[in-house]
Ligand binder design. Structure first.
Ligand code: HOZ
Length: 431
């Protein structure tokens, strides 16, 4: 049998790229099949190098909120490219982007652009430590903030998928400064503050954790964190790399009405180009070099192509009121999948907020990492493969989140629900 082009490419990749991939979660480990290679993407569709077509619910892990290659973003990038690809000196688009972010996210008075979500959270931690002159950081089990040394402790996403929530290469001395607690457990936070009085620089979290599947904060959890941080003189950092500009114009902080001290942004903000940002009050942000003592820099930060792509995407989201549309599509998907599980004696747990969703293969409630781990990996793998073979591409790990885009249609969702329904019926849960 001749090898598919994807298999041939994956064999070649494994020779020259560790694991054959440039980010571990792309390796499809534990799913009983190899990854496929993409030829092109448009709207809500992907086409692989062997000509297979997929309805895509990964959306480049979040950035493709308008779908793939949206004409407004492509045109903006083309136009910017003709004026120069990188300057390494200020350009007007950086100011436009900073003004837009500050207008949309009121907790941000000043913002710095970086090149990834990892850079954004890493910089938030350094800034929080520099501002408070303290070293310890509280994070939550299953929350993933990129591959930042201090934050690869009980982390989610690929590190969790591949069984490495604590990475080799992170000095034990550094990891000891990170206190990992169960999400949604405010008593654990209070105890940690008590036991480490005057030592906590910051509490960092995804306000809606989306790197161990998707689960939600309990009522008042975020406000209680806000209160505890204020009382202890620690900074509250929201990692809104996933949720920023996706769930609402002002992100999760707008939805829950809780203002963090610092916010990390990424994904949607770059329109598919490598962009991150972090921001907060002027008082805190002024600690950054060259005004303050906390050093942070980047050759490509504020790159004109990236700014043009991000601005075009954000403005288009607002122009079409994408958040309302995305919520409507999300509701259709939820109804379609949950509707098919109504005949189950014990339906699986389906979570959705706006355009983010996740199906856990457990009938028990999911509210933190321990409860997310109740989901049965073998059932997830079978579900994933079944759907993929029928042209529906969900994230290749239980510990990730699904994303809808404004390019998905009700017909796409109907087809998806029919496929997902067949998969669920096969998994033997029907009464
Ligand atoms: N959940 C990850 C980002 N938030 C997936 C992307 C990756 O690790 O490559």
């Amino acid at each position: 049998m001749t090898k598919s082009r994807s298999s041939a490419l994956f064999s070649a990749a494994q020779t020259r790229i560790p694991g054959g991939v440039n980010s571990p979660v792309r390796a499809f480990r534990g799913l009983g099949r190899d990854p496929f290679f993409i030829e092109r993407a448009e709207g809500a569709r992907l086409w692989d190098v062997d000509g297979h077509e997929y309805i895509d619910y990964v959306g480049s892990w979040g950035p493709a909120i308008l779908g793939h290659a949206p004409p407004v973003v492509v045109a903006a990038v083309q136009k910017a490219a003709t004026r120069g690809i990188s300057f390494g000196i200020p350009n007007p688009l950086e100011v436009e982007m900073a003004e837009l972010i500050c207008a949309w996210v009121p907790s941000i008075e000043k913002v710095r652009m970086v090149n990834s979500g990892t850079e954004a959270t890493m910089s938030c931690i350094r800034l929080a430590r520099g501002f408070t002159r303290r070293d310890k950081v509280i994070k939550f089990e299953g929350c993933y903030h990129g591959h930042v040394d201090s934050l690869l402790v009980q982390a989610g996403s690929g590190s969790l998928t591949h069984g490495q929530p604590d990475s080799a290469g992170v000095p034990a001395e550094l990891a000891r400064l990170t206190i990992a607690l169960p999400f949604n457990d405010i008593d654990a936070v209070r105890t940690a503050f008590r036991e480490n009085s005057g030592q906590i620089a910051a509490v960092i979290l995804e306000p809606i954790p989306a790197n161990a599947g998707l689960y939600l904060p309990r009522a008042s959890f975020l406000q209680s964190l806000r209160d505890e941080c204020t009382a202890a003189g620690a900074l509250l950092i929201f990692d809104e790399v996933m949720t920023g500009f996706r769930l609402a114009r002002g992100g999760a902080q707008e939805i829950y009405g809780v203002a963090p001290d610092l916010t990390a942004l990424g994904k949607v903000i770059g329109g598919g180009l490598p962009v991150g940002a972090f921001g907060g009050s002027a008082q805190i942000m002024n600690q950054l070099s060259p005004d303050g003592p906390v050093y942070q820099a980047g050759t490509l930060s504020g790159n004109p192509l990236a700014m043009a792509a991000g601005l075009a995407q954000l403005r288009e989201l607002e122009r079409i009121d994408a958040w309302q549309l995305l919520d409507k599509l999300g509701a259709e998907l939820q109804e379609g999948i949950c509707g098919r599980m109504r005949c189950f004696e014990k339906p699986f747990t389906f979570h959705r907020l706006g355009s983010m969703f996740c199906l856990f293969f457990t009938d028990l409630p999911v509210f933190d990492l321990a409860s997310a781990k109740r989901s049965k990996p073998a059932l997830f793998a079978e579900y994933f493969r079944f759907c993929l073979e029928r042209g529906v591409y969900f994230a290749p790990s239980q510990f990730e989140t699904g994303f809808l885009s404004a390019a998905h249609t009700s017909a796409d969702i109907e087809k998806t629900c029919a496929v997902a329904g067949d998969a669920l019926a096969r998994l033997g849960r029907a009464a």
